[in-house]
Design a protein. Sequence first.
Length: 103
Amino acid sequence: MVLIAPSWRGLQCLLEVIGKEAVNIDMLFNTNKTVCMYFNPYDKCRTVSSSFAQFSLAGISLSFVPMFKYLGHIIDNKLQDDVDVCRELKCLFTRTNILIRRF
């Protein structure tokens, strides 16, 4: 599940709502795998802050990460896909080498 919010307060409110509703449907979250990421605006002068208070879900603080693998793709907080493209190229070369060895 991905939650996107325009502000820190908005995301914390979403986390609180999800935490309350999860109790109603007997859903559990693995807070060890739950992480946060913030994206800087394209225009550097619009950056409000480079550090944020910790988010919490079910009373447990969540950590911030600069990149995360989600649904097989690497998401980067700098809005670049270089790491994901390099990973896919390596996979392509690996599969090509396997085909060459077999035939």
